[in-house]
Design a binder for this molecule. Structure first.
Ligand code: RP5
Length: 175
């Protein structure tokens, strides 16, 4: 199946930090194209990738970069496809530089920006899946089930916590 999603990273050093993104696509059984392209080190190849992506059947692009993180914006400049940016946290500024470089786009060229670290990589995949699910009933049902499982896990933990708190209360009364 031709991939409808592309995950682009600014450097090979970003790969481990984007593992969650790839894991979500595997879980949803969605093929994706994975590339390393740099806005600064390979500007020509990056523009070429973005310009041709739509014609090749890509429907959404996830772009991850750290530091002077121009990759998502540069890609968004060369395509009308939705671009989801993932700020990679580098040790120097802990992701704030990456977050602002990706989020503060000029009007007209949007990049949907995820959080730096935390759920960012995972949410990038889920946001892409939400977009794909607009035109795919089976995928929207899979996404609904995913959300239900997420909610069930929270409620399960809440019940466990309530049980623990009640048990502690009973024990304290007994002392
Ligand atoms: C960015 O610079 C990359 O996305 C990466 O997060 C950061 C550091 O790249 P390397 O120096 O590790 O290749 O362009």
């Amino acid at each position: 199946m031709t991939p409808k999603v592309a995950v682009v990273m600014g450097s090979y050093s970003d790969v481990p930090k984007m593992e969650k993104t790839l894991e979500i696509f595997r879980e949803f059984d969605i093929p994706c194209e994975v590339r390393i392209l740099s806005a600064h080190r390979t500007p020509r190849e990056t523009a070429e990738f973005a310009e041709n992506a739509r014609a090749r059947g890509i429907e959404v692009i996830i772009a991850a970069a750290g530091g002077a993180a121009h990759l998502p914006g540069v890609i968004a400049a060369s395509t009308i496809l939705p671009v989801i940016g993932v700020p990679i946290a580098l040790p120097v500024m802990n992701g704030l530089d990456s977050l602002l470089s990706i989020a503060q786009m000029p009007a007209g060229i949007p990049v949907c920006t995820m959080s730096a670290g935390g759920g960012g990589p995972e949410n990038a995949a889920l946001a892409a899946i939400s977009i794909l699910a607009l035109g795919d009933k089976a995928l929207s049902e899979t996404l609904e089930s995913y959300r239900k499982r997420l909610a069930a896990k929270v409620l399960e933990r809440d019940s466990a916590l309530q049980w623990k708190l009640t048990a502690t209360e009973v024990r304290e009364r007994e002392i």
